[in-house]
Design a protein around this ligand. Structure first.
Ligand code: ZN
Length: 439
């Protein structure tokens, strides 16, 4: 699978967090189901925005790209997004891009105007397939600029001629740098080969970015991705989140100020193609849900799964109620990755596990808890239990205290805290519930 990656000109924002989490979950689920996944996601390290940032910061474009790529991986690691198998850099593929552009010029699929080389979209008969609109209606809606030398307003830049002070590469059609749409088609075909299975990205990339990638593959006579899929917007308040709208919100900040698992759970609670709303309230709500999961992990001393390991839990033995839960949730996830329904079923299982334990059926409770832990692990969400030295009585007090706090029964919460202190624990409150440790 090829996932369109970031342009590294700034700190990653919430929209970046969503697409990486959505496709990380998809990758993990495919892997859990036994598919052999090769995950490629690029780094765009040359672009107008990087050049603008370099001017603003009085640094070179490569320094800017290195700085923000470093920030990118730090944020990804914090979110528990597994590293791609390949993370190609656009600047490493310029020779291949020049070769592709030259072949388009030879075949009159591209043409030269004063500022660069452009692709003639009328040469691709089914242009508009991904947009879901024929060429004529796209053309009618396109913005026409007075000075435009292009044959059609939909034609796009394959190559931008060098301007003074900007980085450039030599090419037979003039020194310059590649256009963004050419980068991804060259890198995806170069690393995955023709007819790869899945090309994804945010919904904002469907048109024109993915349309234009596909147009180039078609024009070059190459079989491109056989499936396309796009994840929904991030809403901040009522508006779609994007840098141009000014409601830029840093993913780095979010991952530092909340439990980094909260954004993953928030993403899982919505279908990947639906918009999600990221606010302090929705994040805090996800943290409260995590507290319930962690309380279960403490009660049953569940091992923490997920993290860097993609192949979690598939070796687990599922029995009885656990096997039934696995079947039910697995079927839901196989159906277009219906994570909101899967999460709802898993929280039902959490309640059932606690009820079974309260009623003394510890065997059933443990089967449910272990299956739940394995399935969350398969989606990249690790549950946090205490260290292995927490005894059952103390773990139970912790769970009861978290429940009391959830119901704002402060008197009961204080009483349970005192019981834990009497047993020799240091008791701390965290965003995800009560933590206990030995002094
Ligand atoms: Zn792309």
């Amino acid at each position: 699978m090829y996932v369109c990656g970031p342009t590294v000109d700034n700190l990653p924002h919430l929209g970046h967090g969503r697409f990486t989490l959505v496709w990380d979950v998809a990758r993990r689920w495919f892997t859990f189901r036994g598919l052999d996944v090769t995950y490629v996601s690029n780094i765009t390290d040359i672009d107008d925005k990087i050049i603008a940032r370099a001017l603003q910061e009085d640094r070179s474009t490569s320094e800017v790209a290195v700085t923000y790529e470093d920030e990118w991986w730090q944020a990804m690691d914090r979110l528990g997004v597994a590293r791609p198998d390949e993370a190609p850099h656009a600047t490493d593929y310029v020779a291949e891009m020049i070769e592709l552009i030259s072949s388009f010029l030879e075949n009159d699929i591209a043409y030269v105007i004063s500022d660069g080389v452009y692709f003639d979209v009328s040469r691709v008969p089914d242009y508009g397939l991904l947009a879901g609109q024929p060429l004529e209606s796209l053309r009618a809606g396109a913005r026409i600029e007075a000075s435009d030398e292009k044959r059609s307003p939909l034609d796009f830049a394959l190559w931008k001629n060098a301007k003074p002070g900007e980085p450039s590469w030599p090419a037979p059609f003039g020194d310059g740098r590649p256009g963004w749409h050419t980068e991804c088609v060259v890198m995806s075909l170069g690393l995955l080969g023709e007819g790869f299975d899945l090309h994804t990205g945010g919904l904002d990339l469907r048109f024109p970015h993915h349309e234009n990638e596909r147009a180039q593959a078609v024009a070059a006579g190459r079989v491109f991705s056989t499936h396309w899929d796009h994840n929904g917007w991030v809403m901040v308040g009522d508006e779609k989140m994007s840098k141009s709208l000014g409601n830029f919100t840093s993913l780095t900040h979010l991952a530092e100020t909340s439990d980094p698992r909260a954004y993953r759970l928030l993403v899982l609670r919505s279908h990947y193609r639906s918009p999600i709303e990221v606010t302090l309230e929705t994040i805090a709500d996800a943290e409260r849900a995590l507290a319930r999961l962690d309380a279960l992990a403490r009660r049953f001393q569940l091992p923490a799964l997920a993290g860097d390991t993609l192949e979690v839990a598939s070796s687990h033995e599922w029995e009885g109620d656990g096997a039934a839960l696995f079947e039910e949730v697995g079927a839901v996830l196989d159906d277009d990755l219906n994570t909101p329904l899967a999460v709802a079923l898993l929280f039902d299982a959490l309640a059932a596990a606690n009820s079974a334990a309260d009623a003394g059926d510890l065997a059933r409770a443990r089967r449910l808890a272990f299956a739940l832990n394995g399935l969350f692990g398969a989606l990249g969400l690790a549950l946090h239990s205490q260290g292995a030295d927490v005894d059952d009585v103390s773990a139970d007090l912790v769970t009861r205290r978290d429940v009391a706090r959830e119901h704002k029964d402060w008197a009961e919460a204080d009483r349970l805290r005192n019981e834990l202190v009497t047993l020799g624990w240091v008791v701390e409150d965290s965003a995800t519930g009560t933590l206990i440790r030995r002094p």
